[in-house]
Design a protein around this ligand. Structure first.
Ligand code: SF4
Length: 376
């Protein structure tokens, strides 16, 4: 448990809430050729050079490669899924690492580019059979984009906490997870404690309290004192699925390969902002109960976290109101599967990665069944 875990556990217990150990999916002992966590502190936003953090890169791809049936063509970029006249996917067109266009034939195609690029690839794969984008007879590819709304409340404590070391989060609480009609709006969520900024240079650029300048002697004193004494309580809640929030192809802007650039259209649902503000107030209480010396909440005005890209190829039984079925198979194309955050119909009230991974395992088993039964 980190310092933030100790302080968070003490404070939330004092306030009558129920903290518990955060599920981290990080190895505490060597396993399958991977090392245990070395507490380097680079979990958030970086690969783990020890393979302890169970990202797909560390936990799954090496195992797949060991079977001899998986080849990773790094730095390749798929621009189109190809169809034949009978509406089956026949493979993909991609740029290889040298930028040359290649075609890869396939018996089944699985897209796992998550809520932004999967939708973009389908929209770029339009054809005479699918003039508004592949697998898009519903018109819903790219719609219902969700992130996960949240709140951020940093604080400075009296003594060094050294939160820059180790895994991000060791204690969380979900006492606010269910919707409570007494709050007057729909939604729920949870809190965790962490060092939001573990690199000194980022702390220098972004760590100063709102309204305080981030240069000069006063700022240097703040950095020297504050970097080791910082702790952030973060709130996590939904982005409700709003059809108008979307990923689409920009009609004018192109990327470096000349392909239509990604365009986001997004407006927060008012209930998400209200829930984030509610969690922000709870976070302030946690810091106060933990004995923080200086608390500086970041005002919740619009969605700023936007780290999860979800919902743009939603799952459902009805092809008119969804893109993939419950086994992640596209309603419109029998041998096209989509396994990533785009199939989620709600954003959940926290981090979605474990749900996405669990659903991908389930989809993989179904795909193997379909192949054995000759149904691909
Ligand atoms: S702190 Fe995170 S990145 Fe560093 S070794 Fe542990 S799991 Fe890997």
């Amino acid at each position: 448990m980190k310092s933030s875990g100790v302080l968070f556990e003490r404070a939330t217990t004092k306030l009558g809430w129920h903290p518990f150990p955060a599920p981290m999916a990080i190895l505490s002992a060597p396993h399958n050729g991977r090392m245990a966590c070395q507490n380097c502190g680079f979990c958030q936003g970086y690969g783990c050079e020890f393979g302890a953090k169970s990202s797909t890169l560390a936990a799954m791809i090496p195992l797949a490669e060991q079977t001899g049936r998986c080849e990773v063509r790094a730095n390749s970029y798929v621009r189109k899924v190809e169809l034949n006249a009978s509406g089956r996917a026949t493979g993909v067109v991609y740029f290889d690492a040298d930028g040359r266009e290649q075609v890869q034939r396939a018996r089944a195609v699985v897209l796992s580019c998550n809520g932004a690029e999967t939708a973009r690839l389908l929209l770029m794969s339009k054809s005479n059979s699918f003039p508004q984008g592949l697998a898009n007879s519903s018109g819903l590819v790219g719609k219902h984009l969700m992130f996960n709304a949240g709140s951020i409340v940093p604080a400075i404590y009296e003594h060094p906490l050294n939160e820059y070391k180790g895994a991000q989060v060791t204690r969380i609480a979900l006492d606010w997870y269910d919707t409570d009609p007494k709050r007057g709006f729909y939604g729920g969520g949870g809190l965790d404690a962490r060092a939001d900024i573990t690199l000194p240079i980022f702390f220098a650029l972004n760590g100063a309290p709102p309204g305080r300048r981030n240069w000069g002697a006063e700022h240097k004193r703040f950095l020297e004192h504050g970097f080791t004494r910082q702790m952030t309580v973060m709130g996590h809640t939904t982005s409700l699925p709003v059809e108008a929030n979307s990923v689409s192809l920009d009609p004018d802007l192109k990327d470096e390969r000349g392909l239509p650039a990604l365009r986001f259209t997004y407006r927060d649902h008012e209930d998400d902002l209200k829930m984030a503000r509610f969690l922000l107030e709870c976070s302030k209480e946690v810091h106060a109960a933990a004995g923080a010396r200086e608390i500086f909440p970041i005002p919740v005005e619009v969605q700023t976290m936007a780290v999860h890209l979800l919902g743009t190829c939603r799952m459902g039984n009805d092809p008119k109101t969804s893109v993939v079925d419950r086994f992640h198979r596209a309603h419109d194309v029998q041998n096209l599967f989509i396994c990533d955050g785009s199939s989620l119909v709600t954003s959940g009230r926290g981090q979605p990665t474990m749900t996405i991974m669990a659903l991908a395992f389930r989809a993989g088993e179904k795909l193997a069944d379909f192949a054995k039964r000759g149904e691909l």
